[in-house]
Design a protein around this ligand. Structure first.
Ligand code: G6P
Length: 370
């Protein structure tokens, strides 16, 4: 059994460790030799179509939806086109405003999720070009989409998605850079700076994996709690949502992800002595604001753990109880690193509680009913 798990105790842990390879495989062959341009020859989307896109709708379920939240900020930042995120099961019932100038991006690890497939058909029925980001080449979604951008994460067995999510983030970054080139929204220097930073990611993930004992210790602490909170701003908020989902899926600990600044509009009422709060604080431009939100929860007795970069840790440790340092990358790419910490946290919390990590109760790897 451990042989097929590559010596790991669970598929999930194996898949978490496969992320450096998944990043490399998803990037391979998609960057030119000079390292200043993304090439996606597999796309049918023409230069003309890309120039005409007026809006993007990213539609998915579960973890793939959470990847789309990061995808939105990537595309909006790189291409300056308005992006909406939709949960696939909600999408068509809200009569979305789709035109032939809408690019619909469906995201699905398996390519078989019924709600996502229905959303794809809804987009096409309204004349949109539908691009699928999927991990399975021959899947229903891959077959029906107008375009497929494959993630090369390799087969994902654990119900809780890890390497598929991060590979989706890589795919979104590549797509964003490609569209930016066509629309002239990023300079060649900016693109090569981002690509250089992307090349460093696999090793930076290894650095995080090397610190898993520290995460395990913290996971054991939080496994004694019934409720906890994740807070963050910007991309940190998107990652918080994925961290919270991961924890709920496999540890069954209730958690909520909150936009750090929104906490005081309601959820702050739930913060009492000893409640763990995980604060993602990697987005430099809003760091000060996040720190004031951290102080709000600290003042109510929360036990705060921050995830941040080395250069901010001394400062942050004045307001938090503990901190975990992730390697430095560009703000645009920080999600691909910080989330690995939260994946390990969920894994070790589930392990500490003795749950079936790879096959959590009530959940299926892919849901083929609407
Ligand atoms: C199920 C899985 C989730 C997954 C979601 C979407 O609910 O348990 O882990 O994120 O489906 O799956 P997909 O294959 O479309 O990405």
């Amino acid at each position: 059994v451990t042989a097929e798990k590559g010596g790991y105790e669970h598929f999930m842990l194996k898949e978490i460790h496969e992320q450096p390879k998944a990043y490399r495989d998803t990037m391979r062959g998609r960057i030119n030799a000079e390292g200043n341009k993304v090439i996606l020859p597999e796309l049918n989307l023409t230069v003309e179509q890309i120039k005409n896109i007026r809006n993007v709708q990213i539609v998915a379920c579960g973890t793939a939806y959470n990847a789309g939240l990061v995808g939105r900020s990537l595309i909006e930042t790189l291409v300056r086109i308005p992006v909406e995120n939709d949960i696939a099961s909600e999408y068509r019932y809200r009569s979305p405003i789709v035109t032939p100038e809408t690019l619909v991006i469906v995201v699905s690890q398996s390519g078989e999720t019924a709600d996502t497939l229905a959303a794809l058909r809804e987009g096409q029925a309204n004349g949109a070009h539908v691009l699928a980001i999927t991990n399975v080449v021959g899947s229903s979604i891959a077959r029906e989409a107008n375009d497929v951008l494959v993630t090369l994460a390799g087969p994902e067995i654990a119900v809780a998605s890890t390497k598929a999510y991060t590979s989706q983030l890589i795919a979104f970054t590549l797509l964003g850079l490609y569209m930016a080139e066509v629309r002239g929204t990023q300079t060649e220097e900016q693109v090569s700076e981002i690509l250089t930073a992307m090349h460093a990611l696999p090793e930076q993930v290894e650095e995080i994996l090397a610190q898993k004992e520290a995460i395990k210790n913290y996971a054991e602490q939080i496994s004694k709690h019934k409720h906890l909170f994740f807070i963050g701003r910007g991309v940190d908020y998107a990652v918080a949502q994925e961290g919270s989902l991961k924890l709920k899926e496999i540890s069954y600990i209730h958690s909520e992800a909150y936009a750090a600044g929104e906490l005081k509009h309601g959820t702050l009422a739930l913060i009492e002595e000893g409640v763990p709060v995980i604060a993602l604080a990697t987005v430099e431009s809003v760091l000060e604001k996040t720190v004031s939100n951290i102080k709000e929860v600290k003042a109510r007795g929360a036990d705060v753990m921050a995830i941040t970069h080395e250069e901010h840790v001394t400062d942050l440790l004045r307001s938090v109880d503990q901190a975990f340092v992730i390697p430095k990358t560009l703000p645009l790419l920080t999600a691909t690193l910080s989330v690995v910490t939260l994946q390990l946290l969920a894994y070790y919390a589930s392990l500490a509680l003795g749950h079936d990590v790879d096959k959590p109760r009530n959940l299926a790897k892919s849901v083929t009913v609407e």
